[in-house]
Design a protein around this ligand. Structure first.
Ligand SMILES: [Zn+2]
Length: 253
């Protein structure tokens, strides 16, 4: 496989579905950290050790406070030009053609658009929702944004069974949401755009492989592109690259 080349200045997507996979790099300019890597500590504990079913079993209140802290950051953040550009593309070409799949749990696409859900496919859930810790089929609760505080009320349980509520996010060791749908959309796409997520680690790596095998043109937008199975790279942050790219694709520039 040839190494990816820079995206030609006049390139535009072919007719057909556009699959956009976004990751932490998209929300970085909104001030959302990943809690991973050096410095990714909360109350002296590694964040990735708190985002697990085991941590929740061992000390649910500690996990709740961790998510309260993350949610406070998210609710103080605003969408950046990268989010807005992708929503503009989807508004122009329709949700049937532009599929916004995100690994981010910050809900910033929803904040940017309007309270209407389902503009994005959130493969790792959202900090802005809670669900029953006992039965995932029980109704999801969405107190945010709008609640007076970022904190989850620990006294409010599941409306159906009374069990404790947990964040509606996918923890380490859990299966991402909408996996079959996401794979189907990747295979059917004609353009695959990866934004702010490494193209060589799961899940982006597996999805770009599927998209490429299905015949999609695969593009990576990342300040430090990892390459992999992509045809083209745009070596820039999402908030810098996407507004101009979308303008060009929509014929406004
Ligand atoms: Zn329940």
């Amino acid at each position: 496989m040839d190494a990816p080349s820079p995206l030609p200045a006049n390139w535009r997507p072919p007719p057909g579905p556009v699959f956009v996979l976004s990751g932490a790099g998209l929300s970085a300019a909104s001030g959302i950290g990943t809690f991973r890597g050096p410095g990714g500590l909360w109350e002296g504990q590694r964040a990735d050790e708190l985002a697990t079913p085991r941590a929740f079993r061992d000390d649910p209140d500690r996990v709740r406070r961790f998510y309260d802290a993350r949610r406070a950051v998210v609710l103080a953040a605003t969408p950046n030009p990268g989010h807005l550009a992708l929503l503009r593309l989807q508004a122009a070409w329709g949700r049937e053609r532009v599929h916004l799949v995100t690994q981010n749990v910050d809900g910033l696409f929803d904040v940017a658009a309007d309270p209407t859900r389902n503009r994005t496919i959130e493969m790792h859930g959202s900090l802005l929702r809670l669900r029953c810790a006992s039965d995932e089929d029980h109704p999801v609760v969405s107190p945010w944004p709008g609640a007076a505080t970022a904190e989850q009320d620990p006294d409010v349980g599941c409306a159906v069974c009374g069990a404790r509520l947990r964040p509606d996010v996918v923890w380490f060791g859990e299966v991402p949401d909408h996996v079959l749908l996401i794979h189907r959309l990747a295979i059917a796409s004609r353009t695959f755009l990866s934004v702010g997520t490494s193209g060589v680690v799961y899940p982006a790596a597996g999805l770009v492989d599927k998209a490429r095998q299905g015949g999609a043109v695969c593009i990576e937008v990342n300040p430090e592109p990892a390459g992999g199975a992509f045809h083209y790279v745009v070596a820039a942050p999402a908030e810098t690259a996407l507004p101009g790219l979308v303008d060009q694709w929509l014929g406004a520039a």
